[in-house]
Design a protein around this ligand. Structure first.
Ligand SMILES: [Zn+2]
Length: 107
C-alpha cells in the first residue's frame, strides 16, 4: 500500500531508524520502521509504539512477566485488581500500570 506524507502529500519511502529509549535507567536500542517523505523529509513512525516496544525488549532482557501473563495469573486466581494487589503486596495503581504494559521492576 502506497503511503503519502501527512505534511505535503508526496510519496514516502520506508526506512528503519535507530532510536534510544530509556526504561528504568537502562538504554534500550530500538530499530524502528519509519516512512520518510521523499519531498519534504518528514519522518513518521510506521505504526509502532516505541515505548511499548522498548518495554517489551526490557521485559525480555530481565525475564519479566508480560502484561498478558500477569492478568492470566490474576484471573486464574479469581482475583480482581485490588485483591491481587494485596496478594503480591504492591499498590493497586502499580498493578494496573503493569497490566497496562508499563515495564515492571526486575526482582
Ligand atoms: Zn512531505
Amino acid at each position: 500500500m502506497q503511503q503519502y506524507c501527512s505534511a505535503c502529500d508526496a510519496e514516502v519511502c520506508h526506512e528503519r531508524i535507530c532510536q534510544e529509549f530509556n526504561v528504568r535507567g537502562e538504554t534500550i536500542h530500538l530499530d524502528l520502521p519509519v516512512a520518510r517523505c521523499l519531498s519534504c523529509g518528514t519522518q513518521e513512525l510506521d505504526g509502532v509504539d516505541p515505548a511499548e516496544r522498548a518495554f517489551a525488549i526490557y521485559r525480555a532482557h530481565h525475564g519479566l512477566l508480560t502484561p498478558e501473563r500477569i492478568r492470566e495469573i490474576r484471573e486464574s486466581l479469581g482475583l480482581h485488581l485490588m485483591g491481587f494487589a494485596i496478594v503480591v503486596d504492591i499498590p493497586e495503581d502499580t498493578l494496573k500500570l503493569y497490566e497496562g504494559g508499563v515495564a515492571n521492576e526486575p526482582t
